[in-house]
Each structure stands twice: as C-alpha cells, then as structure tokens.
Design a protein around this ligand. Structure first.
Ligand code: S3P
Length: 429
C-alpha cells in the first residue's frame, strides 16, 4: 500500500485501545535475551519491521528466537557465545539496532558488517564509533567510520569515562553494552538524562548499573541471566492517538497499559502545559517500568514552550506535537531539538514541508520550530518520505482535515506500528 486517501473523522474518536509494545524495550529484550544465559520470554513484544531487523541480526549471530503468539522466546548464547555471522547484518531502517549492535559487537571477538537502508546509510555513526574506538574497538566504515556500512573486528576493549555531547540513549546504551565486555568500569555522562530502558532492563537481567545525576556506570565482566520481560505499550505510538483525541472535536478515548517511564513522558508534560484534558489511572510497575492507563478528550489548547531537558523525553513525538501545537491558541516554540535533523529523516524539514502540503504553516529553525495556532487543516497531497512517524502524523492530521489527505509512501508506518490505520478506524467507527 503505497498511497492512501484519508478522510476527516466527523464524530471524533471513542473507545479503548491498547497500542503495541514499546519499540525501545522490545529491541533491548531481544538483544539482552540473546546475550544472556538461559531463556528469556518477551511478552507483548512489538512485532514491527524495526524489531524484526534486530531479531534477524541476533539470529545470524547464533541466537535462537521463536514466536508464540504475542510472545518471543529467546535462547540466549551466554557470555562470549555469539558466533561470527556468514553474511552482513542488515538493520533495515533501525537506528537503535545499528547503534546498539555496534556496541555489542565492538567487544565480541568476531568479524561482522552492519548495513541498512538508504536512510540508515545517511545517519551519523561517529557518535558511537568515536567513543568505542577510545575503548579500543577496531571499527571501520564509510568516511572513516562516520557512516554505515560499518565493519567491526571485535576484540578486548577497556572501560572509559565518556562525556557525551548529546543526550542519546543509543549512544549511552552502545557504550554500556561494550562496557559489559570491557576491562574495568565504563561511565557515560549526558547533558540531560535520555531514556533509561537499558539501565532498567539490565537490572532485570541481574546486571548492576549505577546512576549518579546524569552519569551511569557499569562494571565489565557481569553476566546476564535470562528473564521474563513484559513489554509495556509504547507511549511513542500512543502519542498519535493522544494527539488525535486532543484535537478532534467529540473525542474521548482511553489508552491502556502505556509505558510511563519518566524519561519518555515529555508529551504528557506538554499536554499539561497546553491545558489538554487528560488523566492517568491504574498505575503499576512491571519489570522496573511504570505503566498506566491514559484517558484523553478533546479540549481547547494553548501554545507553550518546549526545550531543554524535556527534549530527550519527547524527541520521537515532536512531529505529532507540531501538529498538536498548530491546533492550540497562541504560539508554540520548540528549541534545543537539533537532534531531529538526524532521525529517519531530517524531521524539522520533513514536518515543515509535509504540514505545508496540507495547509499548515510552521517556521522551521536551526534547532526546532515556531508554530502559530490555531490553523485550519486544509488537506491535499503529502508524503511520509519513508519516515513512519511523519506518515502517522499525517494520518492524525486527516482526522480534522477539511478535504481528504493523500499520503504517499504510507507503508513506512510498518517500521513501528503496522496496524496503526486499522486501530485508528476502530476508534472512529
Ligand atoms: C532510542 C533512542 C532515541 C530515539 C529512538 C529510540 C532508543 O534516539 O529517538 O527512536 O531506543 O534508544 P537517540 O538515542 O539517538 O536520541
């Protein structure tokens, strides 16, 4: 399905929905399960193109993975058990897979090559390659390791103290995973705390990770023990329905069992600042991760400022937050978000261009955007540009569009949420 015409949802959105499992948590469950001794079960895992890429990479490295309905059963190979792959490892569109696998493979004594799609081959790898080289890793790649394909001759690495210039969970996780195989301790300090699923999940696998402020430290040589992981629903997927309900008159929905890890809930802070009508109930903890139900309904919204430490806590939600802001009264300013330029697309340009195609004007800036509300969504022809979150943002915009929106390259949404459109239909029947 390469092109789809989407119509206004006249009656708004109603009902309850449990969105699919968290992408970041699923990637980690597959990788850590594969590295552990014994069996790991990942319940309610995300079955999407990105997570399938991680599965295939781990399988090529000798990990046995079986699917039983919504569960993945992973037979870990244990410390030092990964085998040299016969072919290149293809990460598809997945930035998390290529960054974290580079960290794992840097300290594993095998030779491997990581490749991906056209988008992956444009995304910066030096952010992990440079510090991993400081740890002693032998990594090559295009433009001296700045770009994939990346080849890794794994070997003995040593722990370092690394001050990361960016708040990136992919960088932090790659270094911690290499640190597990390294001599001594590895410490990563970030300007702000990025998502901390790696730290929380390693604890479930019996590994100690120390946190102090924005620093995390891991001691090399610790072994992972297989465990059961319940994957929470992905707040980054829930975000599309949260925004759809908040901007579509007549809407009132509940999203069940959504992951509420505080390093991911920046969108709820934005909702609060904008005066959105939402509440949280049934809060509980599952394997170190908080979850809860979110109720949200349509309401008047006001513009706000989004910057600083909030940014890593909502980085993936910014495309749909830009749409939200276009429906708020007043001005919304997003700053400190230059990382958006290095995602599946340059998301500052992609958001501005695609919203313009459907009648919404936003002003892109070097590190964010300025959005004046409240604007009409007129409809027209737009394109996901192969970026799942741009595709879903456009589908949400169609809920309030005066004329239909035709979205080209809509199948990109399969990267994180293959059933997104049917779930949207379920809430607006
Ligand atoms: C992710 C970290 C974030 C996020 C990405 C998933 C992860 O990227 O944007 O979608 O699972 O670690 P950065 O670490 O590059 O900010």
């Amino acid at each position: 399905m390469e092109e789809l015409i989407l119509n206004k949802r006249e009656k708004g959105l109603q009902g309850s929905l449990k969105v699919p499992g968290d992408k970041s948590v699923t990637h980690r469950a597959i990788m850590f399960g594969g590295l552990a001794e014994g069996k790991t079960v990942a319940r309610d895992f995300l079955d999407s193109a990105d997570c399938r890429s991680t599965m295939r990479c781990m399988e090529q490295l000798g990990v046995k993975i079986e699917q039983f309905g919504s569960e993945l059963h992973i037979e870990g190979v244990g410390s030092g058990g990964l085998k040299e792959p016969e072919h290149v490892l293809d990460v598809g569109n997945s930035g998390t897979t290529i960054r974290l696998m580079t960290g794992i493979l840097a300290g594993t004594p095998i030779y491997s090559v990581l490749v991906g799609d056209a988008s992956i081959h444009k995304r910066p790898m030096s952010r992990v390659v440079d510090p991993l080289r400081q740890m002693g890793a032998d990594i090559q790649g295009r433009e001296d390791g700045r770009l994939a394909p990346i080849s890794i001759k794994g070997g003995q690495t040593k722990g370092i103290r690394y001050e990361s210039p960016i708040a990136s969970a992919q960088v932090k996780s790659a270094l911690l995973l290499c640190g597990l195989n390294s001599d001594g301790k590895t410490t990563v300090t970030e300007p702000f705390v990025s998502r901390d699923h790696t730290e929380r999940m390693l604890k479930s696998f019996g590994v100690e990770v120390k946190r102090e402020g924005t620093s995390v430290q891991i001691k090399g040589g610790q072994k992972l023990k297989g465990t059961d992981i319940q994957v929470p629903s992905d707040i980054s997927s829930a975000a599309f329905f949260l925004v759809a309900a908040a901007i579509t008159p007549g809407s009132s929905i509940r999203l069940e069992k959504v992951g509420l890890n505080p390093t991911r809930t920046g969108i709820l802070d934005v909702f609060k600042k904008m005066g959105a009508a939402y509440s949280i109930s049934n809060e509980q903890n599952i394997n170190e991760e908080p979850i809860g139900d979110i109720d949200v309904s349509y309401s008047e919204l006001r513009g706000t400022e989004i910057n600083g430490e909030m940014i890593p806590r909502l980085i993936d939600e910014i495309p749909v937050i830009a749409l939200l802001a276009s429906q708020a009264n007043g001005i919304t300013t997003i700053k400190d978000a230059s990382e958006l330029r290095y995602k599946e697309t340059d998301r500052i340009a992609a958001v501005a261009d695609q919203l313009k195609n459907i009648g919404i004007d936003i002003e892109p800036t070097e590190d964010g955007m300025i959005i004046h509300g409240k604007q009409r969504v007129k409809g027209g022809n737009a394109d996901s540009l192969g970026d799942h979150r741009i595709g879903m943002m456009l589908a949400v915009a169609s809920c309030i569009s005066e004329t239909p929106i035709t979205v080209r390259n809509i199948s990109a949404i399969g990267v994180s949420y293959p059933n997104f459109l049917s779930d949207l239909d379920t809430l607006s029947e």
